[in-house]
Design a protein around this ligand. Structure first.
Ligand code: NAD
Length: 497
């Protein structure tokens, strides 16, 4: 099956069958490919090629660069099912979510095509007669992209589509757990480049499959003005100071610990649907997964009853076969989940679910029953992101306390309130409300749309990707003052003669 998919996606067999590094599917642990891990020297050479490609690409007018991204979007439309299936096989998310990830790529391409005609600056009033002041935006250079296993293609596309229309070249180090999806994206982009013609330089976009050492080499290289890194807070803590030490820029998209506040006036049918999708979808392995449910004490029993009923109906199994929950990525993820549940039990929590599933059928696949954990307070284990389907349920009495609990974690990615009270809704998204990058009303914390800026505060890293004015991150800002008079007046009224 993998060979047929890879062929249709245009990936040469040698790239994914002949290496020394085994790639396995979390579905059953079976090997699905062998790739070659590149070392730091290979990364160094790729950056040199990206620098050359940048010097050519920045000369192409931006709307024309948009045409390349349009063609790439067409390739994605044509191959949505194959790429979605590959994502499912390689990272274990269910096929519907694999398709959804590719749809996000298509959406960002559409956005970037329009943006390619809107890379605009300002005109600013000058204090001096006969002078014009304005602000213009210019391409940055080769952009370094580091991505995580759980979204193996969409975050790359969010960055790549905008970075390309902004006139930059790309060097992508994907997660070593999901290199085949990266090779497929590269193959589709190369097809689009062939269609586009000679104006697109050969090494405009490169994939360097490697581990941490390759990532570190990319991070340290001063020819790469921007590093956009998606992954754990641990990774961000290592990457951020290294990029800062050479005065580079970074976009950091790190861990989340997302909450829902459930008020007494909430529509519980809607809320339970939202909880189910956001807490167990992608087997709890989304950065925006719902991890903390802060429920008003007056409705806690009813909510727990409904949740247990909903969780009992979840189908767990092969992510290609219409189930709602697929496997965890690997044994380590399973161990971390069990360890967090063990700690919660020691703290007196009541744990429902969490057991391993289908171990007889898939001895090397790590399927789990999503867990609900009733906790009294927000202990250390709750404040930590465990990348697995664990939903901590806690209660509150006053809305101010619930908002304080929402904010009382080190991460600041996504959050939401379910309420029919306009004061609570508006308060939650006010200056005194949620401190997260994403704050929703009557919508779960996951599954954001491409038009808004995506990202979070505090240990989530502060980066923003996708829509709004995010394109500016991939360009450098220049202030221009033009004197069209025959005098040379100085600013600030200075006389100097
Ligand atoms: P990870 O941090 O283990 O790895 C992410 C990437 O960083 C990989 O490509 C890895 O090789 C690379 N890397 C690791 N250490 C590095 C270093 N010192 N220098 C350079 N590169 C390095 O993360 P993961 O397990 O693949 O993904 C799960 C994590 O990613 C979760 O914490 C999740 O919340 C987060 N995530 C965040 C977002 C977001 O948008 N905020 C999106 C997806 C995933």
């Amino acid at each position: 099956m993998i060979d047929a998919i890879m062929q249709r996606l245009g990936v040469p067999t040698a790239l994914y069958r002949q290496g020394d590094y085994s790639v396995t599917s979390p579905t059953d642990g079976a090997e699905i490919g062998r790739v070659t891990l590149q070392d730091a020297d290979a990364m160094e050479a790729s950056i040199g090629r990206a620098q050359q490609a940048f010097e050519t690409w920045r000369q192409v007018p931006a709307p024309r660069r948009g045409e390349l991204v349009r063609l790439f979007g067409e390739q994605l439309r044509r191959h949505k099912e194959d790429l979605g299936a590959l994502v499912t096989i390689e990272c274990g998310k269910i096929y519907q979510e694999g398709l959804g990830e590719v749809q996000e790529m298509i959406d960002i391409c559409d956005l970037a095509v329009g943006q390619s005609r809107q890379l605009f600056g300002l005109t600013i009033a000058s204090e001096r007669p006969g002078h014009h002041m304005r602000e213009s935006w210019h391409p940055l250079g080769p952009i370094g992209l580091i991505t995580a296993f759980n979204f193996p293609v969409a975050p790359w596309a969010w960055n790549a589509a905008l970075a390309l229309v902004c006139g930059n070249s790309l060097v992508w180090k994907p997660s070593e757990k999901t290199p085949l999806s990266a090779l497929a994206c590269q193959a589709l982009l190369e097809r689009a480049m062939d269609e586009f013609g000679d104006e697109a330089p050969k090494h405009l976009s490169q994939v360097v499959i490697g581990d941490r050492a390759a990532g570190e080499r990319l991070t340290d290289d001063s020819r790469v003005p921007l590093i956009s890194a998606t992954g754990s807070t641990r990774m961000g803590r290592e990457v951020a100071p290294r990029v800062a030490a050479r005065f580079g820029r970074s976009i950091l998209e790190l861990g989340g610990n997302n909450a829902m506040i459930l008020a007494p006036s909430a529509d519980l049918d809607m809320a339970v649907r939202a909880i189910l999708f956001s807490a167990v979808g992608t087997a709890g392995q989304r950065c925006t997964t719902l991890r903390r449910l802060i429920v008003h004490e007056s409705i806690r029993d009813e909510v727990m009853t409904r949740l247990k009923r909903a969780y009992a109906g979840i189908s767990i199994g092969d992510p290609m076969q219409g189930n709602l929950v697929g496997p965890l990525i690997d044994a380590q993820a399973y161990d971390q989940m069990q360890s967090a549940l063990g700690t919660a039990r020691q703290l007196g929590a009541q744990v429902y679910g969490g057991e391993r599933q289908l171990a007889d059928r898939y001895p090397d696949g790590y399927y789990v029953a999503p867990a609900i954990v009733e906790m009294e307070g927000q202990s250390e284990v709750v404040r930590h992101e465990t990348f697995a389907p664990i939903l901590y349920v806690m209660s509150y009495r006053e809305m101010d306390d619930a908002v304080a609990m929402n904010n009382d974690v080190p991460q600041g990615l996504s959050s939401c309130v379910f309420t029919s009270d306009v004061r609570e809704a508006e308060g939650f998204i006010s200056d005194m409300g949620s401190d997260c990058g994403i704050a929703n009303v009557n919508i779960g914390p996951s599954g954001a749309e491409i038009g808004g800026a995506f990202g979070g505060e505090k240990e989530t890293g502060g980066g923003r990707e996708s829509g709004s004015d995010v394109w500016k991150s991939y360009m450098r800002r220049q202030t221009n003052t033009v004197n069209y008079s025959r005098e040379l007046p100085l600013a600030q009224g200075i006389t100097f003669d």
